[in-house]
Design a protein around this ligand. Structure first.
Ligand code: NAD
Length: 458
């Protein structure tokens, strides 16, 4: 909820940001480096405050917050500082013979005023990581953290102005009503992380101003476990990934397709591994509404449920494996976003691929196999935002791998150079000298010039 008085309106925030951008201060790389160094100090010096806020919001321990939120932000800042002058430099491209002498280059320009709307589940990562790329690219930013992680939103609002140019980065707190007011303003780029449903609302609002958007959305990310997979490692890694943030992660394995001959052996290992992983990564469901939704998914799954003990008062839910749920159950239709893991038996990897292809393209796809040919065949036959072979989530940590969705799981990407480019306009510039300026370059064209033009310009 927003404070009723003395609050600057969203329109004032945007007007203030535009004035700052127009004064040109964000263009020098020196200014951008100062912002990145400031952010690095913030996440280093204030790690405890940030982790405490996340713990209050999500019940997560500080180490998980370091690994999942703060560490990747620090890595992104370091990578951006090291790469900034290269990313921001003109990128020379070849000039065709007919246009010589001349030089051509892609020259990145900041887009201008960026709106970042974050989700609650990794409330530092999903706000600060896009902020790093937006500032590196020389933009000014309005940052709207999620109201479902209110302590983290408050700590960001309080601390950020002390570490970055407070006129160029404005934190606006509140829920959907604040987002709606912000979205009525004209931005030069909107970067949204959240549900596919709200992603559509954001895209509609952006269309009115023809504002480009990056939409980091959700979906059902499958894991294919082939009969030749190392089942111990697969179970341990899948269980770890599913228990990060109690399954409330966009990249979490949503469901597993396992080849029939190894189904029982795999299930036994998975149940065991989940028990250990959940105990080692305590956390809770974010709110009552999500808790009830998950309980409903479990109740109506139509499959055999193993685990899933709940403590309603504390909003805690143990990991549950659901073996062969009903294909038309909500569990198999909606993004789960919690500690429930359906295991669907398939006769073959080909059948698993068919299953995935019949559904919307997911944010991530995972395959466990000891044969690279099997992995290659799965990757060749499917599309997903990102993919990983024999591991999960870690594709997020490779600095220059684009991170984003495809189709209903999102559009656009960020991280590393792709993030810099997302927040830049890549202007194509041709520079030519005024001499020579031969008259044959202008019409009317004689027969010889026509031949030359056809040869060199077609
Ligand atoms: P959400 O869509 O409910 O909310 C996201 C943001 O949108 C919040 O800041 C919220 O205040 C704002 N919002 C809510 N309703 C709005 C409206 N009507 N108009 C404008 N803004 C509105 O999502 P969530 O519950 O915070 O996050 C969970 C979803 O996010 C899951 O689907 C998950 O997969 C997805 N997600 C995706 C990524 C990714 O990187 N692709 C990362 C994390 C979460």
């Amino acid at each position: 909820m927003r404070a009723p008085s003395a609050q600057t309106s969203e329109a004032d925030v945007v007007a203030g940001l535009r004035a700052v951008f127009d004064d040109g201060r964000t263009l020098p790389l020196e200014w951008r480096r100062r912002q990145l160094n400031g952010l690095q100090r913030l996440v280093t010096q204030r790690e405890r405050d940030l982790a405490a806020a996340v713990k209050a919001d999500l019940g997560r321990d500080a180490m998980t917050t370091f690994l999942a939120d703060i560490g990747p932000v620090r890595a992104e800042i370091g990578h951006s500082l090291r790469s900034l002058s290269r990313w921001a430099s003109p990128r020379r491209v070849r000039v065709p013979v007919a246009l010589r002498p001349g030089r051509a280059a892609v020259e990145p320009r900041p887009k201008g005023i960026v709106l970042v709307i974050g989700a609650w589940n990794f409330p530092i990562l999903l706000t600060l990581q896009p902020l790093v790329s937006a500032l590196a690219a020389g933009n000014v930013v309005a940052l709207k953290p999620s109201e479902l992680a209110p302590e983290t939103a408050a700590v960001l609002e309080r601390l950020l102005p002390a570490y970055v140019d407070a006129e160029a980065v404005r934190v606006v707190t509140g829920g959907a009503e604040v987002s709606t007011t912000l979205l009525a303003e004209r931005f030069d780029h909107i970067f949204f992380t959240g549900s596919t449903r709200v992603g559509r609302i954001v895209a509609e609002a952006a269309a009115l101003h023809l504002t480009p958007t990056t939409l980091e959305l959700g979906g059902k990310s499958p894991v294919i476990v082939a009969a030749d997979a190392d089942l111990d490692v697969a179970a341990r890694r899948i269980a770890w990934a599913k228990c990060v943030n109690t399954g409330q992660a966009c990249l979490a394995p949503d469901y597993i397709l396992v080849e029939a001959p190894v189904r029982d052996a795999f299930r036994t290992r998975l149940v065991e591994a989940l028990r250990g992983a959940a105990a080692a990564q305590p956390g809770r469901i974010v709110d009552r509404r999500q808790f009830d939704r998950l309980a409903g998914l479990l109740r109506d799954s139509g499959g055999e449920v193993v685990g899933g003990a709940v403590d309603e008062a504390a909003l805690r839910m143990g990991p549950a494996v659901v073996v062969d749920p009903a294909p038309n159950s909500r569990l198999m239709q909606d993004e789960i976003f919690g500690p429930i893991l359906p295991v669907v038996t398939v006769p073959s990897v080909d059948e698993a691929v068919r299953f995935v292809r019949q559904r919307p393209d997911p944010l991530a796809l995972y395959v466990f196999t000891e044969f690279s040919a099997t992995a290659d065949a799965v990757l060749a036959a499917t599309t997903s935002g990102t993919a990983a072979v024999n591991h999960l989530l870690q594709q997020l940590l490779v600095p220059d791998l684009p991170f984003g969705g495809v189709g209903p799981s999102g559009m656009g990407a960020y991280h590393g150079r792709v993030g810099f480019d997302t927040f830049s306009h890549l202007r194509g510039v041709l520079r030519r000298p005024t001499t020579p300026d031969p008259s044959i370059a202008y019409p009317p064209y004689g027969p010889a010039t026509r031949r030359l033009l056809r040869r060199f310009l077609g």
